[in-house]
Design a protein around this ligand. Structure first.
Ligand code: NDP
Length: 249
Protein backbone atom coordinates (compact mmCIF):
# COMPACT_ATOMS: atom_id res chain seq x y z
CA UNK A 1 0.00 0.00 0.00
CA UNK A 2 1.32 3.44 -0.89
CA UNK A 3 0.90 5.71 2.09
CA UNK A 4 -0.19 9.34 1.90
CA UNK A 5 1.85 11.94 3.80
CA UNK A 6 0.42 15.44 4.40
CA UNK A 7 3.11 18.02 5.13
CA UNK A 8 2.19 21.51 6.31
CA UNK A 9 4.63 24.27 5.38
CA UNK A 10 5.78 21.97 2.59
CA UNK A 11 6.64 24.81 0.22
CA UNK A 12 10.03 25.63 1.70
CA UNK A 13 12.82 24.73 4.09
CA UNK A 14 12.36 21.69 6.29
CA UNK A 15 8.88 20.89 4.89
CA UNK A 16 10.16 20.77 1.29
CA UNK A 17 13.07 18.57 2.37
CA UNK A 18 10.62 16.20 4.08
CA UNK A 19 8.54 16.08 0.88
CA UNK A 20 11.62 15.15 -1.19
CA UNK A 21 12.66 12.52 1.36
CA UNK A 22 9.22 10.89 1.67
CA UNK A 23 8.73 10.83 -2.11
CA UNK A 24 12.11 9.07 -2.37
CA UNK A 25 10.77 6.56 0.18
CA UNK A 26 7.78 5.90 -2.10
CA UNK A 27 5.06 7.87 -0.31
CA UNK A 28 2.35 9.91 -2.01
CA UNK A 29 2.80 13.42 -0.67
CA UNK A 30 0.61 16.50 -0.24
CA UNK A 31 2.45 19.74 0.46
CA UNK A 32 0.28 22.37 2.14
CA UNK A 33 0.78 26.08 2.79
CA UNK A 34 -0.60 29.50 1.96
CA UNK A 35 1.36 30.18 -1.25
CA UNK A 36 0.31 27.95 -4.16
CA UNK A 37 3.19 29.04 -6.42
CA UNK A 38 5.75 28.07 -3.79
CA UNK A 39 4.04 24.71 -3.24
CA UNK A 40 3.83 24.00 -6.97
CA UNK A 41 7.54 24.76 -7.36
CA UNK A 42 8.22 21.98 -4.84
CA UNK A 43 5.61 19.58 -6.23
CA UNK A 44 6.83 19.96 -9.83
CA UNK A 45 9.37 17.27 -10.43
CA UNK A 46 8.38 15.28 -7.36
CA UNK A 47 6.23 12.53 -8.78
CA UNK A 48 3.10 11.71 -6.82
CA UNK A 49 3.05 15.08 -5.06
CA UNK A 50 0.13 17.49 -4.96
CA UNK A 51 0.08 21.11 -3.79
CA UNK A 52 -2.79 22.15 -1.51
CA UNK A 53 -3.51 25.67 -0.30
CA UNK A 54 -4.00 25.70 3.44
CA UNK A 55 -3.79 28.28 6.20
CA UNK A 56 -3.28 26.16 9.30
CA UNK A 57 -4.65 28.89 11.55
CA UNK A 58 -8.08 28.64 9.90
CA UNK A 59 -10.25 25.66 10.80
CA UNK A 60 -12.22 25.73 7.54
CA UNK A 61 -9.08 26.03 5.46
CA UNK A 62 -7.58 22.97 7.19
CA UNK A 63 -10.74 20.93 6.66
CA UNK A 64 -10.96 21.93 2.98
CA UNK A 65 -7.27 21.22 2.37
CA UNK A 66 -7.51 17.78 3.95
CA UNK A 67 -10.55 16.95 1.81
CA UNK A 68 -8.72 18.05 -1.33
CA UNK A 69 -5.62 16.04 -0.41
CA UNK A 70 -7.70 12.93 0.33
CA UNK A 71 -9.41 13.30 -3.08
CA UNK A 72 -5.97 13.21 -4.72
CA UNK A 73 -4.17 10.58 -2.69
CA UNK A 74 -6.64 8.78 -0.38
CA UNK A 75 -6.67 8.81 3.44
CA UNK A 76 -3.79 10.52 5.22
CA UNK A 77 -1.64 8.07 7.16
CA UNK A 78 1.24 10.45 7.91
CA UNK A 79 0.92 14.02 9.11
CA UNK A 80 3.98 16.24 9.45
CA UNK A 81 2.96 19.38 11.34
CA UNK A 82 5.75 21.61 10.12
CA UNK A 83 4.14 25.00 9.35
CA UNK A 84 5.58 27.63 11.62
CA UNK A 85 6.69 31.19 12.10
CA UNK A 86 9.41 32.47 14.41
CA UNK A 87 9.13 36.21 15.02
CA UNK A 88 11.61 37.63 17.51
CA UNK A 89 11.25 40.63 19.81
CA UNK A 90 11.57 41.40 23.51
CA UNK A 91 8.41 40.30 25.31
CA UNK A 92 7.43 43.86 26.23
CA UNK A 93 7.58 44.82 22.57
CA UNK A 94 5.51 41.84 21.43
CA UNK A 95 1.96 42.88 20.53
CA UNK A 96 -1.03 40.79 21.53
CA UNK A 97 -1.70 40.20 17.81
CA UNK A 98 1.84 38.90 17.20
CA UNK A 99 1.69 36.64 20.25
CA UNK A 100 -1.67 35.22 19.13
CA UNK A 101 -0.46 34.74 15.53
CA UNK A 102 2.58 32.82 16.77
CA UNK A 103 0.47 30.49 18.92
CA UNK A 104 -2.16 30.10 16.18
CA UNK A 105 0.39 29.07 13.54
CA UNK A 106 2.76 26.88 15.56
CA UNK A 107 0.39 25.32 18.07
CA UNK A 108 -3.28 25.68 17.12
CA UNK A 109 -2.44 24.75 13.52
CA UNK A 110 -0.89 21.48 14.68
CA UNK A 111 -3.97 20.80 16.80
CA UNK A 112 -6.38 21.45 13.91
CA UNK A 113 -4.45 19.25 11.48
CA UNK A 114 -4.08 16.40 13.99
CA UNK A 115 -7.77 16.52 14.82
CA UNK A 116 -8.69 16.40 11.13
CA UNK A 117 -6.63 13.28 10.34
CA UNK A 118 -6.85 11.23 13.54
CA UNK A 119 -10.23 9.56 12.99
CA UNK A 120 -9.01 8.16 9.65
CA UNK A 121 -5.75 6.95 11.18
CA UNK A 122 -7.52 5.25 14.06
CA UNK A 123 -10.01 3.61 11.67
CA UNK A 124 -7.09 2.33 9.56
CA UNK A 125 -5.18 1.12 12.62
CA UNK A 126 -2.08 2.99 11.43
CA UNK A 127 -0.85 6.53 11.63
CA UNK A 128 2.21 8.68 12.20
CA UNK A 129 2.07 12.26 13.41
CA UNK A 130 5.37 14.10 13.58
CA UNK A 131 5.29 17.59 15.02
CA UNK A 132 8.19 19.84 14.10
CA UNK A 133 8.84 21.49 17.45
CA UNK A 134 12.27 23.00 18.18
CA UNK A 135 15.01 23.11 20.76
CA UNK A 136 12.81 26.03 21.89
CA UNK A 137 10.37 23.33 23.07
CA UNK A 138 13.04 22.10 25.50
CA UNK A 139 14.72 25.31 26.67
CA UNK A 140 14.25 29.07 26.53
CA UNK A 141 16.00 31.61 24.33
CA UNK A 142 15.84 35.38 24.78
CA UNK A 143 13.50 37.41 22.51
CA UNK A 144 11.34 34.47 21.38
CA UNK A 145 8.96 34.02 24.33
CA UNK A 146 5.89 33.60 22.11
CA UNK A 147 7.66 31.07 19.87
CA UNK A 148 9.05 29.10 22.83
CA UNK A 149 5.60 29.11 24.47
CA UNK A 150 4.06 27.74 21.27
CA UNK A 151 6.75 25.07 20.83
CA UNK A 152 6.59 24.00 24.50
CA UNK A 153 2.83 23.71 23.90
CA UNK A 154 3.40 21.55 20.82
CA UNK A 155 5.50 19.20 22.91
CA UNK A 156 2.88 18.98 25.67
CA UNK A 157 0.23 18.19 23.08
CA UNK A 158 2.52 15.59 21.49
CA UNK A 159 3.07 13.78 24.79
CA UNK A 160 -0.61 13.77 25.76
CA UNK A 161 -1.93 12.74 22.35
CA UNK A 162 0.68 9.97 22.16
CA UNK A 163 -0.82 8.40 25.28
CA UNK A 164 -4.37 8.89 23.99
CA UNK A 165 -3.73 6.88 20.81
CA UNK A 166 -1.07 4.48 22.11
CA UNK A 167 -3.12 1.35 21.49
CA UNK A 168 -4.46 2.42 18.08
CA UNK A 169 -1.44 1.86 15.84
CA UNK A 170 -0.84 5.59 15.77
CA UNK A 171 2.32 7.27 17.08
CA UNK A 172 2.78 10.94 17.86
CA UNK A 173 6.29 12.33 18.18
CA UNK A 174 8.12 15.63 18.03
CA UNK A 175 11.43 16.53 16.49
CA UNK A 176 13.36 19.37 18.10
CA UNK A 177 15.81 20.91 15.65
CA UNK A 178 18.30 23.58 16.59
CA UNK A 179 19.07 26.43 14.18
CA UNK A 180 18.59 25.06 10.65
CA UNK A 181 19.62 26.77 7.43
CA UNK A 182 16.21 27.89 6.09
CA UNK A 183 14.25 31.11 5.48
CA UNK A 184 13.44 31.27 9.20
CA UNK A 185 17.12 31.58 10.04
CA UNK A 186 17.62 34.03 7.13
CA UNK A 187 14.94 36.25 8.68
CA UNK A 188 16.55 35.93 12.14
CA UNK A 189 19.87 36.99 10.62
CA UNK A 190 18.16 40.04 9.08
CA UNK A 191 16.67 40.95 12.47
CA UNK A 192 20.03 40.59 14.26
CA UNK A 193 21.74 42.72 11.59
CA UNK A 194 19.05 45.42 11.83
CA UNK A 195 19.02 45.50 15.65
CA UNK A 196 22.72 45.10 16.42
CA UNK A 197 24.62 46.40 13.41
CA UNK A 198 26.50 43.11 13.07
CA UNK A 199 27.29 41.79 9.59
CA UNK A 200 25.17 38.90 8.22
CA UNK A 201 28.23 36.62 8.55
CA UNK A 202 28.63 37.55 12.24
CA UNK A 203 24.92 37.02 12.87
CA UNK A 204 24.97 33.57 11.23
CA UNK A 205 28.10 32.64 13.17
CA UNK A 206 26.39 33.67 16.40
CA UNK A 207 23.44 31.34 15.66
CA UNK A 208 25.80 28.54 14.64
CA UNK A 209 27.64 28.88 17.97
CA UNK A 210 24.48 27.70 19.80
CA UNK A 211 25.19 24.28 18.29
CA UNK A 212 28.18 22.55 19.95
CA UNK A 213 29.15 21.37 16.46
CA UNK A 214 29.50 25.06 15.53
CA UNK A 215 27.25 24.93 12.48
CA UNK A 216 23.70 25.31 11.24
CA UNK A 217 21.81 22.09 10.57
CA UNK A 218 20.57 21.30 7.07
CA UNK A 219 16.85 20.77 6.32
CA UNK A 220 17.82 17.34 4.94
CA UNK A 221 19.17 16.22 8.32
CA UNK A 222 15.87 17.12 9.98
CA UNK A 223 13.93 15.39 7.18
CA UNK A 224 15.93 12.22 7.72
CA UNK A 225 14.83 11.94 11.36
CA UNK A 226 11.22 12.70 10.44
CA UNK A 227 11.27 9.99 7.76
CA UNK A 228 12.66 7.54 10.31
CA UNK A 229 9.82 8.29 12.76
CA UNK A 230 7.29 7.74 9.94
CA UNK A 231 8.46 4.23 9.16
CA UNK A 232 6.23 1.29 10.17
CA UNK A 233 9.27 -0.17 11.97
CA UNK A 234 9.42 2.90 14.24
CA UNK A 235 6.09 2.04 15.87
CA UNK A 236 7.64 1.67 19.33
CA UNK A 237 8.68 5.32 19.42
CA UNK A 238 5.77 7.30 20.83
CA UNK A 239 5.54 10.59 22.72
CA UNK A 240 9.22 11.27 22.11
CA UNK A 241 10.96 14.60 21.64
CA UNK A 242 13.92 13.88 19.39
CA UNK A 243 16.57 16.61 19.50
CA UNK A 244 18.50 17.32 16.29
CA UNK A 245 20.87 19.91 17.62
CA UNK A 246 24.46 18.68 17.57
CA UNK A 247 24.27 18.25 21.35
CA UNK A 248 22.80 21.66 22.27
CA UNK A 249 20.10 19.96 24.32
P1 NDP B 1 10.30 28.17 6.48
O1 NDP B 1 9.94 29.60 6.74
O2 NDP B 1 11.01 27.84 5.25
O3 NDP B 1 9.03 27.23 6.59
C1 NDP B 1 7.86 27.55 7.28
C2 NDP B 1 6.69 27.14 6.43
O4 NDP B 1 5.48 27.32 7.16
C3 NDP B 1 6.59 27.96 5.15
O5 NDP B 1 6.58 27.07 4.04
C4 NDP B 1 5.29 28.72 5.29
O6 NDP B 1 4.64 28.79 4.04
C5 NDP B 1 4.52 27.83 6.26
N1 NDP B 1 3.51 28.57 7.00
C6 NDP B 1 3.67 29.66 7.77
N2 NDP B 1 2.49 30.07 8.25
C7 NDP B 1 1.56 29.21 7.77
C8 NDP B 1 0.14 29.13 7.88
N3 NDP B 1 -0.57 30.01 8.61
N4 NDP B 1 -0.48 28.11 7.25
C9 NDP B 1 0.21 27.22 6.50
N5 NDP B 1 1.54 27.26 6.35
C10 NDP B 1 2.21 28.26 6.96
O7 NDP B 1 11.18 27.73 7.75
P2 NDP B 1 11.59 26.29 8.31
O8 NDP B 1 11.60 25.28 7.25
O9 NDP B 1 12.79 26.51 9.10
O10 NDP B 1 10.41 25.98 9.35
C11 NDP B 1 9.69 24.77 9.39
C12 NDP B 1 9.40 24.42 10.84
O11 NDP B 1 10.63 24.14 11.50
C13 NDP B 1 8.74 25.52 11.66
O12 NDP B 1 7.72 24.96 12.47
C14 NDP B 1 9.86 26.04 12.53
O13 NDP B 1 9.40 26.59 13.73
C15 NDP B 1 10.64 24.75 12.75
N6 NDP B 1 12.00 24.95 13.18
C16 NDP B 1 12.89 25.64 12.41
C17 NDP B 1 14.17 25.85 12.86
C18 NDP B 1 15.16 26.65 12.08
O14 NDP B 1 16.19 27.06 12.65
N7 NDP B 1 14.96 26.87 10.79
C19 NDP B 1 14.63 25.31 14.14
C20 NDP B 1 13.61 24.58 14.86
C21 NDP B 1 12.36 24.41 14.38
P3 NDP B 1 3.68 30.01 3.63
O15 NDP B 1 4.21 31.23 4.31
O16 NDP B 1 3.79 30.05 2.14
O17 NDP B 1 2.31 29.63 4.10
Amino acid sequence: MTRHAFITGGGSGIGAAVARRLVADGYKVSVAGRDLLKLEAVATGLSGTCAVVCDVTEEESVEAAMEEAVRHHGPVSILVNNAGIAPSAPLVKTSRAEFDRTIATNLTGAFLCARAVLPGMIAAGFGRIVNVASTAALKGYPYVAAYAAAKHGVLGMTRSLALEVATKGVTVNAVCPGFTDTDIVARSVETIVAKTGRTPEEARAELARANPQGRLLTPEEVAETIAWLCRPESGGINGAAVPISGGEV
